[in-house]
Design a protein around this ligand. Structure first.
Ligand code: 6PG
Length: 242
């Protein structure tokens, strides 16, 4: 079993993750001079970003040394209501001072091949071509179907050797950009935030059932040498066997 922390409510999950974010940021900046993060969309990360923009968290982080990337993005303009970039701007970036050159939104105005190349270059400029480690922290959620980032069931994107993939998921989800397990699994720390009773059964299968990452893509997230930590609320954790 991976490391799991269960909190009573989604707010408590976000608070626990905010404490972890501060600790990791302080350690990374002290040791390596910067803190690199891949952000997730989704409801619980949104609560987390909102908390990080407020006291007591905001002033514990040296924001000028933080570098923000997106683990996945909907292929919409940056001001679109579905944009993960817009969500992070509204909850976090509008409230802290981060150099704009440390913020790497997905260039959704470019065609897929160009966007993949642009985003891959952002990453290789930051981590090099063959890093031992990539991000200091990758934040992820889990969809009801077992997807994470924009790695969806029934697609072959989890097998991609490239770091960045832009593809048409299906009619419902449209075109997405996602980072692939190849780069996500080089993170020093992966943190997964899952809340709500609606996810309880799927989560139990993900954590305790048979391994089938094409059906449950979040199972493809297994950091090579880094750590993975699951922050759950009680509702999501009800079906997990100890
Ligand atoms: C997104 C995501 C996606 C999300 C899950 C869980 O942009 O939507 O990155 O992978 O994390 O769908 O979302 P919830 O936490 O809102 O259920």
């Amino acid at each position: 079993m991976p490391t799991i922390q269960i909190s009573p409510t989604p707010d408590a999950v976000a608070t626990a993750a905010a404490h972890q974010f501060v600790d990791l940021a302080q350690d990374a900046i002290e040791e390596r001079g910067r803190f690199t993060v891949a952000l997730s969309g989704g409801s619980t990360p949104k609560l987390l970003y909102h908390l990080l923009a407020q006291e007591p968290f905001r002033t514990q982080i040296e924001w000028q040394n933080v570098y923000l990337f997106w683990g996945d993005e909907r292929y919409v303009p940056h001001d679109h209501p579905d944009s993960n970039y817009r969500m992070v701007c509204e909850t976090l970036l509008d409230h802290v001072s981060l150099p704009t050159e440390h913020v790497f939104p997905v260039p959704t105005d470019q065609d897929p091949a160009d966007a993949e190349a642009t985003y891959t270059k952002y990453l290789t400029d930051t981590f090099g071509d063959a890093p031992t480690y990539s991000f200091d922290l990758v934040l992820l959620g889990m969809g009801d179907d077992g997807h994470t980032a924009s790695l969806f069931p029934g697609t072959d994107v989890i097998d991609a050797r490239q770091w960045v993939k832009v593809y048409e998921v299906d009619e419902a989800h449209g075109r997405r950009m996602t980072l692939t397990p190849t780069i996500l699994n080089l993170a020093r720390q992966v943190t997964v935030l899952v809340t709500g009773a609606g996810k309880a059964q799927r989560l139990a299968k993900v954590l305790g059932g048979e391994r089938d990452p094409h059906r449950l893509p979040i199972q493809s997230i297994q950091p090579k040498t880094g750590e993975i930590m699951w922050f759950l609320d009680e509702a999501a954790a009800t079906e997990i066997k100890a």
